[in-house]
Design a protein around this ligand. Structure first.
Ligand code: PEP
Ligand code: MN
Length: 355
């Protein structure tokens, strides 16, 4: 159930509604948009709900009460009057600019991470990606450097000013990832790990939620609702390709998922063209496709020496080809109304622009 406050509702009226919801034993999630405030009511699913809705509707400052039929309520588009923007450093996912996140699949060393961070920042990325806890299909493949990898990412952030997104593979990683990184990534293989979703939500940190390999959009949004239900609405959805019968590509980028998810939710949606295609030559066309359908950002793998990468080298771009990609998507991003931030907007940690 969602309580839509009138645009002129006062803070005191909003407080009265919140107190009434709490008194009834339900949880209230406040969302303050520019035009109006909406309050999500969680738990109002019993037979008292119609009576309660009528009572709330009669309170001062309440415009209307609506029932959300979808199982994802807090993340549904109806629950807000505007789109949510997740702010991390200078990046604003869901804001006016396209947010490019880039970096290695895995953190392998401090030098490799820093080299990547410097290169992607110079090219225009606003967020550094890199895996320290790697979810590998085979137990014999490189599993990541773990906590020392997080320290390398944090050091690269201190050096370049780029905020860091990295995966928490298990509940036990969440606290450290939340402390050392800026965004917690939930990997495709963990999209329905409900304890992990709850723990990530409870950390209060922004969460980047990848779509599961074989998850429907509905399941993906219900997974996002698990995070939102903890009170943390700083969620970024990431379409990273799904498994289909097609074997020429690693996964199939479900391009329609971007506008579909954006219509169903108020959350920002980004595209990972690297894991979608699994091939370096597809990263540019899939990035273009993502930007064309309204993606709020891109998550791209870059490695200083892809042929020596410990994971996903085949889909990793060199720093030079990443820089070219950014220049190639720039005009398209402009045309679709989500331009890349101009270089003047990117400041060095000390406030000075470094060429
Ligand atoms: C990754 O981003 O490195 C990763 C493992 O992605 P996914 O969970 O989408 O496979
Ligand atoms: Mn990878």
């Amino acid at each position: 159930m969602i309580v839509v406050m009138a645009p002129q509702a006062t803070a005191a009226e909003i407080e009265v509604v919140q107190a009434r919801i709490a008194e009834e034993g339900y949880a209230a999630h406040l969302s303050q948009g520019e035009a109006r405030t909406v309050i999500g009511v969680i738990g109002a699913g019993d037979d008292r709900k119609q009576t309660f809705a009528d009572q709330v509707e009669s309170l001062a400052g309440v415009e209307r009460v609506i029932f959300v039929l979808k199982p994802y309520k807090l993340v549904s588009a109806e629950s807000r009057s505007d789109r949510s923007v997740v702010e991390v450093g200078e990046a604003r996912f869901g804001g006016p600019n396209l947010v490019v996140c880039a970096g290695p699949c895995s953190v392998e060393s401090y030098e490799q991470t820093l080299e990547c961070a410097r290169a992607v920042r110079r090219a225009g990325a606003q967020v550094l990606r890199g895996g320290a806890f790697k979810p590998r299909t085979s137990p014999y493949d490189f599993q990541g450097l773990g906590e020392s990898g997080l320290d390398m990412l944090a050091a690269a952030r201190d050096e370049t000013g780029l905020p860091v997104v990295t995966e928490a593979r298990a509940v036990r990683d969440v606290e450290t990832v939340a402390e050392k990184a800026d965004i917690i990534q939930i990997g495709a293989r963990n999209m329905q790990n409900y304890d992990l979703l709850r723990a990530a939500g409870e950390s209060g940190a922004p969460v980047l939620l990848k779509r599961g390999l074989a998850a429907t959009i509905d399941e993906w949004l219900k997974a996002a609702e698990y995070i939102a239900a903890t009170g943390n609405l700083k969620i970024i959805l990431c379409e990273r390709g799904i498994r289909t019968f097609e074997s020429s590509t690693r996964n199939t980028l479900d391009i329609a998922a971007v506008p579909v998810a954006k219509r169903l939710t108020h959350l920002p949606v980004i595209v990972d063209p690297s894991h979608s295609g699994g091939r370096r030559d597809l990263v540019l066309p899939l990035s273009m496709a993502g930007v064309a359908v309204g993606s709020d950002g891109l998550l791209i793998e870059v490695h200083p020496q892809p042929d020596r990468a410990l994971s996903d080298g085949a889909q990793s771009l060199t720093p030079e080809s990443f820089e070219q990609l950014v220049e190639q998507i720039r005009p398209l991003a402009e045309v679709v109304g989500k331009p890349l931030p101009s270089s003047g907007d990117r400041k060095a940690p000390g406030g000075l622009w470094e060429p």
